[in-house]
Write a protein that binds this ligand. Structure first.
Ligand code: MOS
Length: 761
């Protein structure tokens, strides 16, 4: 494989830095109108009156949509829709009734000739409410909370409930602590935005920044009761998804507006709206109890999570996910209690569950190690398991011990002092900490079409999308290798729901899902092309057996005799073909099993070993995170001075883009550890942090050199490619590694994120 693995520059890099890459809101249409939503100013209650008069007569205003006049959307059947990722946790369908469930909920929308006119008029819409007291304080609401049967990832949400207490009480060594994590907001660089064009009364084109073009077309067609293929969703580039770009409410309003005014309509959310309407990571209060033998071997783990959904949503932060798969404790009890708060729905945010859950679990492991006077890394090694402890099947390709070893060596873990407060540098206390990372290795069904034209150019087509992480590039690398072509001959066309359906870019599964489909499809095309040559008396490889033929540089040749060759171009020319095409579907053998409607391509013929199933293997990625922090004792400021990350995510397709993904996850992890949080005003349930001025994220000075290493061993079971996903795992464990380092530096155990100076002083 010539291209796979190389640190190839992004094929779309130049387009992006020159501004030539068109994002969804940039597909301006003739006659286009602008839609600006109006947010509720109460968090709970009912709309009692709407005075849209001033807005209506404001310059440029064409329509004001409210629940009184907006088109009726199909009443959702969530059981039917649950298989599509964006729905189950976002069930306030906009402008359909007068109920208000959270502050900022879209309760009206102004449609105007210009954005400025719409934005101005949106302030003139007068809405009166019968307001009720919002439920906003998690601690107060929890006693009324429920104990759900399932988490959104469809795992048991009350695993072994009640069974851990006695074994923990009986364990020689036990610890129990409460860890808390705050509300966090995604804040993708590109705001949620898009344009809806009704091409006919029953047909539309939607340009929308989305993590699933097919998913979005399913949702829009569902609510507008149209055939799925009549809603074409295009997303060529995305400026960050992180789980948030599965939000649906805003584009349903855009589509309604475009229908009402019979013109193309554009909406983009402001940064302030993004703090309210497009998801968050919900606050969690987690209890971890560990029972261990005196050698540190875990006997029992209990992990209980208290968190919330909103009154009309179901998603909640599934903090026990990492606890399901890490460490060989024979018994683990993992439970949840979920309150209802009048807050916009919590939803997927990069490693939902694993990220805050690993803060609790991996902090607790550090506490246990300290109690045992055992090196925290050694404690993890002693408890390592190569068998999924719940499913009782082996991991598909697991190298966690190697992550620990490599990380310890590269980071210099041996220099760590086991007692806190031993290392100083000037005014700083210096400490080291580490944590384990894990994330599932999802893979879903994907269909790909590949065309080769007479000039030797190849087009690779799939509906899936590039979140900005390098999907275009690794698709081109895969096709180049599979066809023996240089990268510049490959054009990747993705981000269009009309193309063969691909996976949703959620759950870190795009690489694992689409590349096997590209490989199989390119090989099918190559086989078909080879058969043409073998059957052709004019070919120098005529009559040869396929097994003796190799390929490179756009031609076939006989193994050991490259003079007997035939180029792709001449094969096509002699057969009077302007184009040759293949289309194949690979199945969700090890994946999340999300259903993707419609698969126009034939199933790829792959052997059982190439497609082993998730009953035989548990598909997970692993990693080790190491942090060095310097803590200013007088000011309580924590600085991350070094960070080392070792990731075991299967084969690395592109060293450069994989590294960027990892660095990005760690930067966000630093933000979560040290600064990110949203508080809600307990009177009105509106967020106090409303912009990036007060929702703090790391800047360059907050981020040290980040050393990233990959184990880079192909997972032999996930696919022939051997790559699992690398998107979410890098954020997992970062906040625990940092908190553990802060303890090592200062002797202060902080169990409440973020680790702000007030908590250290
Ligand atoms: Mo990811 S949080 O599943 O988009």
């Amino acid at each position: 494989m010539a291209e796979i693995g190389k640190p190839v520059d992004r094929v779309d890099g130049r387009l992006k830095v020159t501004g030539a890459a068109k994002y969804s809101a940039e597909y301006n249409q003739p006659g286009m109108v602008y839609v600006v939503p109006v947010g509720a100013t109460v968090a709970n209650g009912a709309i009692t009156g709407i005075d849209a008069g001033a807005a209506q007569s404001s310059p440029g205003v064409i329509a004001v949509l409210t629940h009184e006049n907006a088109p009726r959307l199909k009443v959702p059947n969530f059981d039917e829709l649950r298989k599509f990722i964006a729905i189950p946790h976002e069930s306030t369908i906009p402008l359909q009734d007068n109920r208000v469930h959270y502050f900022g909920q879209f309760v009206a929308a102004v449609v105007a000739e210009t954005y400025e006119q719409a934005r101005h008029a949106a302030r003139l819409v007068k809405i009166t409410y019968a307001a009720e007291k919002p439920a906003i304080d998690l601690k107060t609401e929890l006693p009324k909370g429920t104990r759900p049967a399932k988490i959104v990832q469809q795992h048991d949400a009350q695993l072994n409930a009640g069974r851990a207490a006695a074994p923990i009480a009986a364990a020689p060594i036990k610890i129990e602590h409460i860890y808390t994590t705050p509300n966090e907001v995604h804040n993708a660089l590109e705001s949620h935005s898009g344009i809806v064009v009704w091409d006919a009364p029953d047909k539309m084109t939607v340009y929308e920044g989305t993590q699933g073009t097919v998913n979005t077309s399913v949702i829009i067609s569902y609510f507008f009761d149209l055939p799925r293929e009549n809603v074409r969703v295009i997303c060529r580039y995305l400026g960050g998804g992180f789980g948030s770009k599965g939000s649906i409410l805003h584009y349903l309003i855009t589509a309604m507006a475009a229908r009402v005014v019979k013109r193309p309509a554009k909406m983009y959310l402001t940064r302030q709206m993004m703090q309210l309407n497009v998801g968050r990571r919900g606050e969690t209060i987690q209890t971890i109890a560990l029972g261990a033998a005196s050698d540190g071997k875990l006997q029992v783990i209990r992990h209980h999570t208290d968190t919330y959904a909103n009154p009309v949503s179901q998603f909640f932060e599934s903090c026990g996910l990492a606890t399901e798969v890490l460490y060989g404790a024979p018994l683990r009890e993992i439970t949840y209690r979920v309150a209802k708060l009048n807050v916009g729905a919590p939803r997927y945010m990069r490693a939902p569950g694993e990220m805050p859950g690993s803060f609790a679990l991996e902090s607790a492991m550090d506490e246990l190690a300290f109690r045992l006077k055992l090196d925290p890394l050694e404690l993890r090694v002693r408890n390592h398991t190569a068998i999924d402890p719940l499913k009782k099947i082996p991991y598909s390709g697991e190298h966690l011990l190697e992550c620990y070893r490599t990380g310890a060596e590269k980071f210099g873990w041996a220099r760590r002092k086991s007692e806190p407060r031993q290392v100083r540098s000037g005014n700083y206390l210096v400490g080291m900490g580490m944590a384990t990372a894990t994330y599932p290795g999802y893979r879903s069904k994907a269909s790909v079409r590949v065309q080769m034209t007479a000039d030797g150019a190849v087009k690779v087509m799939c509906a899936t999308q590039d979140l900005g992480t390098g999907t275009y590039t690794i698709c081109a690398q895969t096709a180049a290798d599979a066809l023996g072509l240089p990268m510049e001959k490959i054009r990747v066309e993705i981000g269009d729901s009309n193309l063969p359906p691909g996976n949703n870019s959620v759950g870190s599964q795009t690489t694992a899902s689409i590349l096997p489909a590209i490989l199989e499809t390119c090989e099918k095309l190559r086989r078909d092309l080879l058969q043409l040559a073998i059957a052709d008396p004019q070919s120098k490889i005529n009559g040869r057996r396929a097994e003796e033929i190799e390929f490179s540089e756009a031609k076939f040749f006989v193994r050991g005799d490259s003079s007997k060759s035939d180029s792709y171009a001449s094969i096509l020319r002699r057969n009077s073909k302007t184009v040759i095409e293949a289309c194949q579907t690979t199945l969700p053998v090890s994946g999340s099993g999300l259903t993707i409607p419609g698969a126009p391509c034939e199933p790829a013929q792959v052997s059982a070993e190439e497609n082993s199933d998730n009953k035989k293997y548990s598909f997970h990625s692993f990693g080790a995170q190491f942090a060095e922090v310097w803590v200013d004792e007088d000011l309580g400021i924590v600085r991350v001075r070094r960070f080392t990350s070792v990731m075991d995510v299967g084969r690395i397709m592109n060293e450069k883009t994989a590294r960027s993904q990892t660095v990005g996850g760690i930067v966000w992890g630093i933000g979560a550890a040290l600064m990110e949080e949203t508080h809600y005003d307990l009177r009105y349930a509106n967020p106090v942090q409303r912009t990036l001025a007060d929702y703090h994220v790391p800047v360059n000075l907050d981020v040290p050199e980040i050393d990233v290493y990959f184990i880079n061993k192909p997972d032999p079971h996930v696919s022939r490619i051997g790559a699992r996903g690398a998107g979410e795992i890098p954020i997992v464990g970062v906040s625990a590694a940092i908190a553990n380092a802060v303890f090592n530096a200062t002797g202060k155990r902080l169990r409440d994120l973020p680790l702000t100076p007030d908590k250290l002083l």
